[in-house]
Design a protein around this ligand. Structure first.
Ligand code: PHE
Length: 358
C-alpha cells in the first residue's frame, strides 16, 4: 500500500497497521530518493524536497489516530522522523553531487591552463607632466636654485601692473586672461594667473638677494588647440644679484637644457624679443644636432633682464640689484622630450597614451 493510500483511508489507524505504515514509509523514501536522483538541476531538486517534506507531515498521520492512543502516536512519530532523516541525508548527498557536477563542468569549460602568466595588478604611474615638472625641479635644484610655489588665483596687480604692464596692454584683455568676478581686499581684480611671472614679485618680496629660484605651477589662458590648453603649466626662473650677466643666464639655461634632454649636442640662442617686464628681452631657442628634431630652432622660453621698474616692485634698489628672469611651458618641454605632437593627449587620460610613460 502506498503512503498516500494509507492517509486517504477513512478508518482510524490502529497498532496492527504499524508494519503496513512502516513498509509504506520505506517505499516512499525509496521513491523520494529516485526523484532526487532524477533531478538534474538544483532548482528541480529543491522542488522534490518541498514535495517530500509535505508528504512526511506528522500532522497528517496524527489525524488518523485516536487522540488517546499515545503509544501509536509515539511509534508513528519515530517512524516518520526516521524516514525524514533518511530523506534529508539523501537530499544532502544529491545537493553535493549536483554542486560537484556544476563545478567540474565549469572547470572543464574554462580549460584551466596553469602555464598562463598570472594577472598583473595595474598600478598607477606618475603623469608625464608631473614627471617633467619633477625633472625640471631636480635639475635646477642641482644647480643651486630654490623651488617656490604660489597662488593660481592671482590679482591683476601681481599678474600685470607689478610687471610693468601698461594698463592698456593686450595681455590683460579678456581674450587671454580668465578673470574672476571678485576683487581682493585692496580692490585689485582677481584672475587665474596667465603666467607664472607674478611669482617673480611675490618671491622677491619674501626673500633677500641673492635670489635663485624657480617656481613651477599651473597657469590659465583662454586658448585651446593642439598646442594650447586653457590650463597648462609653466615654470618661472628668477635670479637676482649684484653682479650677474646675460652670459651667466645663457650658461645656466644651456646646462639645464643639456641635462633635461640628456645631450650636449644642442645649440642655444637668445633671440631678441619683447616683454614689458624685461629689458632687454629674448626668446630662448634650442636646436638639436641629432635626432628627429635636429636642424630646426625650437622656441623654449621667454627671458630677459628684469626691468628696473620691476626690480623696484620687488622692493629692491635697481641701482644696486639686477635680475634675470625666464619662463616657459612645461608641456612644451614634455612634448619635445617625448615626441608628442598634440598637447591635449596629456589631459585626455587615455591609458593607451599614459601607459607609454610607465
Ligand atoms: N611670462 C612670459 C610668458 O608667459 C615668459 C617670460 C618669463 C618672459 C620671464 C620673460 C621673463 O610668455
Amino acid at each position: 500500500m502506498k503512503l498516500q493510500d494509507i492517509l486517504d483511508l477513512k478508518a482510524q489507524l490502529v497498532e496492527s497497521d504499524l508494519p503496513k505504515v512502516k513498509q509504506a514509509l520505506r517505499e516512499h523514501v525509496q521513491e523520494v530518493k529516485a526523484a532526487f536522483l532524477a533531478a538534474t538541476r538544483p532548482a528541480d531538486l529543491e522542488n522534490e524536497k518541498a514535495k517530500a517534506i509535505k508528504s512526511l507531515s506528522f500532522k497528517e498521520f496524527v489525524k488518523r489516530v485516536d487522540g488517546a492512543n499515545q503509544t501509536l502516536k509515539k511509534e508513528l512519530g519515530a517512524a516518520i522522523n526516521e524516514a525524514a532523516r533518511t530523506v534529508e541525508e539523501e537530499l544532502r548527498l544529491r545537493r553535493k553531487a549536483l554542486a560537484d557536477e556544476a563545478m567540474n563542468a565549469r572547470l572543464n569549460a574554462e580549460k584551466l591552463d596553469v602555464t598562463l602568466p598570472g594577472r598583473i595588478q595595474q598600478i598607477g604611474t606618475i603623469h608625464p607632466i608631473s614627471r617633467t615638472w619633477m625633472r625640471i625641479e631636480e635639475i635646477f635644484a642641482s644647480i643651486g636654485f630654490e623651488v617656490g610655489d604660489g597662488p593660481e588665483i592671482e590679482t591683476d596687480w601681481y599678474s600685470f601692473t607689478a610687471l610693468n604692464n601698461p594698463e592698456n596692454h593686450p595681455a590683460r584683455s579678456m581674450q587671454d586672461t580668465f578673470y574672476v568676478d571678485a576683487k581682493d581686499s585692496e580692490g585689485h581684480f582677481l584672475c587665474l594667473r596667465p603666467h607664472t611671472s607674478p611669482m617673480q614679485v611675490r618671491y622677491a618680496r619674501m626673500h633677500l638677494p641673492p635670489i635663485k629660484a624657480i617656481v613651477p605651477g599651473r597657469t590659465y589662458r583662454v586658448d585651446s588647440d593642439a598646442t594650447h590648453s586653457p590650463m597648462f603649466h609653466q615654470f618661472e626662473g628668477l635670479w637676482v644679484d649684484e653682479y650677474i650677466s646675460l652670459a651667466d643666464l645663457k650658461s645656466i639655461y644651456t646646462q639645464f637644457l643639456e641635462q633635461f634632454f640628456e645631450t650636449k649636442k644642442l645649440n642655444v640662442r637668445f633671440r631678441p624679443s619683447y616683454f614689458p617686464f624685461t629689458e632687454p628681452s629674448a626668446e630662448i631657442d634650442v636646436m638639436f644636432e641629432e635626432g628627429a628634431l635636429a636642424g630646426r630652432w625650437l622656441e623654449i622660453a621667454g627671458s630677459g633682464q628684469v626691468h628696473p621698474a620691476v626690480i623696484r616692485n620687488y622692493g629692491l634698489d635697481p641701482e644696486r640689484y639686477m635680475g634675470f628672469a625666464f619662463g616657459g611651458g612645461i608641456e612644451r618641454l614634455a612634448m619635445l622630450r617625448y615626441g608628442v605632437s598634440d598637447l591635449r593627449l596629456f589631459y585626455e587620460n587615455d591609458l593607451r597614451f599614459l601607459n607609454q610613460f610607465v
